[in-house]
Design a protein. Structure first.
Length: 297
């Protein structure tokens, strides 16, 4: 049996923190590839690592997805499912994973050309869903997500070899500048920050509530924030932020009465299918890191 070894281009979770310059394109699609994003949009995505879309879906569609989110969150079967992650303090549901498989409503959103079309254009290939989730982020103290690069986790723990993965966060409630919106360091996607500290077994059980392994040092974050700045994303329900898998990002707690709910879909190129984890003892479950690479049709 031939075993192909895949080179680890982005070492992480060793004894010390180490940076590696990005060795992958940001926009993989050839210039001029037809699709929903115009040339200026692709140039901005290449430069910043993100692209904001003011109205990806309309108000009437938002209502459908909000209703589906409420249905899932209030379903005791879903709440008992391992795909549901609760808030550490309030024990309210924080996230439900793999919504594109457990909900036909969210499955249709994934197949929508305004969504999957942008992913194919940016990644320059057919795509599959590496991960999907609804984040409820209810008010009155829902906790945020500390600074991290998603790719650092998806490489170390899910075995994605290259940076050929794009996420879209679609707001299902208004994202104010006060209720724990997404923050990204513009341009941070061009440097990979390998974090110090080995991945504990079953790390995902804790990391989806509060990430520890794969967390940058204060020094690294200070240097990056000083170099890149920090952009806070606000927008009406229906707005969306597309961002590269290696952006340094995070979001604050939400102590306002206004929930910051979104649906979060991660598209990976079929040319970048997951192999074995690069820095973890075991794979994460497939509801967090997909092992079915069937392209979205
Ligand atoms: O570990 C993960 O895959 C998830 N964690 C965070 C905080 N962002 C990316 C992803 O949803
Ligand atoms: Fe993240």
């Amino acid at each position: 049996m031939t075993t192909t070894t895949v080179t680890d281009l982005y070492p992480s979770r060793g004894t010390t923190e180490v940076t590696t310059p990005r060795q992958d394109p940001v926009v993989w699609g050839a210039p001029g590839t037809p699709g929903p994003v115009d040339v200026a949009g692709l140039q901005a995505y290449e430069r910043d690592g993100f692209l904001a879309v003011e109205e990806l879906i309309g108000e009437d569609e938002v209502a459908v997805y909000r209703q589906e989110l409420d249905r899932l969150v209030n379903d005791p079967v879903i709440r008992a499912d391992e795909r549901s992650v609760v808030e550490p303090k309030s024990k309210e549901i924080r996230s439900v994973f793999e919504v594109h498989r457990i909900s036909e409503v969210f499955a249709a959103l994934v197949r929508d050309e305004r969504v999957v079309g942008r992913a194919r254009q940016i990644l320059g290939s057919d795509v599959y869903v590496h991960q999907s989730r609804i984040n409820v982020k209810p008010g009155f103290g829902a906790s945020g997500f500390y600074w991290h690069s998603d790719f650092e986790t998806w490489h170390a723990e899910d075995g994605l070899p290259n940076m050929r993965t794009v996420s879209v966060s679609i707001a299902l409630t208004e994202n104010y500048d006060t209720n724990g919106g997404l923050m990204i360091m513009p341009g941070s996607h061009k440097t990979f920050l390998g974090c110090a500290g080995a991945t504990p077994k079953d790390n995902y059980k804790k990391s989806l509530q509060m990430q520890d392994a794969g967390t940058p040092s204060d020094e690294a974050l200070t240097a990056m924030a000083s170099q890149y700045g920090i952009k806070l994303f606000t927008g009406k329900a229906g707005s969306a932020t597309w961002f590269d898998c290696n952006c340094m990002h995070g979001s604050g707690d939400n102590i306002t009465p206004f929930p910051r709910s979104n649906v979060f879909i991660v598209f990976n190129s079929v040319e970048n299918a997951a192999v074995e984890p690069f820095a973890a003892p075991v794979r994460r479950p497939s509801f967090v890191g997909a092992r079915d690479f069937t392209p979205v049709r």
